[in-house]
Design a protein around this ligand. Sequence first.
Ligand SMILES: Nc1ncnc2c1ncn2[C@@H]1O[C@H](COP(=O)(O)OP(=O)(O)OP(=O)(O)O)[C@@H](O)[C@H]1O
Ligand SMILES: [Mg+2]
Length: 300
Amino acid sequence: MALEIRVDGLVMTYGDLRAVDGVSFTVAPGEFFGLLGPNGAGKTTTLEMIEGLRRPQAGTVRIGDHEPWRRESGLQRRMGVQLQASSFFERLTVREQLDTFGALYGVAAGRTDAMLEQVGLVDKAGVRTEDLSGGQLQRLSIACALIHDPDVVFLDEPTAALDPQARRNLWDVLRTINDSGRTVVLTTHHMDEAEVLCDRVAIMDAGRVLELDTPAALVRGLDAPVRISLAPGTLSAADARSIAGDDPVDEDAGGLTITTRRPAEVLSALADRDALSGLSVKGASLEDVFLELTGREYRA
Ligand SMILES: Nc1ncnc2c1ncn2[C@@H]1O[C@H](COP(=O)(O)OP(=O)(O)OP(=O)(O)O)[C@@H](O)[C@H]1O
Ligand SMILES: [Mg+2]
């Protein structure tokens, strides 16, 4: 029951600011899709138009056969939405929040326990939301978005406030949801997260999509050199330079680093000299693509 999302020429302006300036893409049924971009790029505004929370000033969104801004209940029931800033019913406990959200969607009460388990809030079931930590609130908002087992899930920076363990747990939850054929769209500032989870990512800045592809293709497109670092004492600087040829060799307290576009040759020469122990090889990552495209220091 996966749904396709088609976004065509979306525009949203606030005064003189074109917050979203002609955004188009298609998310295939069952795809895991990421929106990346610096603060203010227009990710949340784009997502809110896709979710039907804002009517586009220009352009169209279709989810399956529906236009989300019409807010037809047939689509609402199939969509799970986690907002960047979420709010809850006042003075209810975690369990009561989930029961209430579930009841709104006509979900059997048993789902609450399953969701508490999935997001690691079993211990907090009886606690009022006012008394939760930031990360716990975020887990609750994710549980509320998933309680009715939606076919398409939108998450706006779902892991922003989570500790590393909770992040990994959420990755597992999202992977399971996606593996069962559901479409997932998320925004994130964690490049590693996008690289691990997303089939394709759109990198946005200043209201436009700069690049859209699989993480691997984006990284390949960068044609960036590989950094090969040798532990101190494995090889003399002179030997490293003779292997590196024209490629730069940097030396610091951590050892020697050769930056090269012909890693196979360099590694094989290092193997011949028995200099592979403690070696580390670092290629370009999505973070490098992001920096290259947006030309900004990336801050999580
Ligand atoms: N209601 C609003 N009124 C005026 N300007 C707005 C409004 N909402 C967003 N903006 C502006 O639109 C631009 C895009 O905002 P948006 O929230 O979509 O960015 P974002 O990519 O989600 O950023 P972040 O990574 O910080 O969440 C920003 O410059 C923001 O200041
Ligand atoms: Mg945002």
